[in-house]
Design a protein around this ligand. Sequence first.
Ligand code: DX5
Ligand code: ZN
Length: 228
Amino acid sequence: MSAPRIAPSILSADFSRLGAEVEAVAAAGADWIHLDVMDGHFVPNLTFGPPVVKAIRGACTLPFDVHLMITDPDRYAPAFRDAGADLITVHAEASVHLHRTLQLVRSTGAKVGVSLNPHTPLSVLDHVLDQVDLVLLMSVNPGFGGQHFIPAVLDKIRRLRARIDAEGFEVDIEVDGGINSASVFKVAQAGADVFVAGSAVFGNGNYGSAIDELRRLAREGQQARGGA
Ligand code: DX5
Ligand code: ZN
């Protein structure tokens, strides 16, 4: 388990000045930039595609963590890599041949993530955990920022952490949805490494203090887990 990383989701940023927003959260201490790509099919919302990722790539040097909430990840993953994605996460529910999709993402040179919706069982990972760098557990139903954290996901995080540690995989656990100062401690205590936060960062007038507080609470949560 590694030091907590905070990944602000630009879904809650001011889209009229996206480059400046990315620059601002980078200067405020973000570890990764989380980019939510939605296609209006896999989720009931639309955001942006590779040209926007490319346009803001120059705003910072932090890793671009691209979360594809789209029905056809095989078709678009290479374009997101070309646009500057460092990590590409696909939804298990969106891929009929998940193993093939993960290999395709790997072949682009990007790091590989797989995401599970709140109701999707961990058993979906049974034969692909050795193919990924990261598992993204959704703690809201994907599509929108500003929703409430679903507490049932805490046990899922715990069970995934135990499995990764027992099997000796080097796989990060990222948690996305409803992460704020009220939920982040428990999420870290359950075993997460990477914390996506949209409204908790961009909805706060001071990005630096929002990120610092999330990181501090995440560290405390990880320590509480260590001591448990
Ligand atoms: C939801 C997205 C999230 C979202 C999180 O579908 O995947 O990344 O931006 O937003 P908050 O942190 O506001 O729940
Ligand atoms: Zn996301």
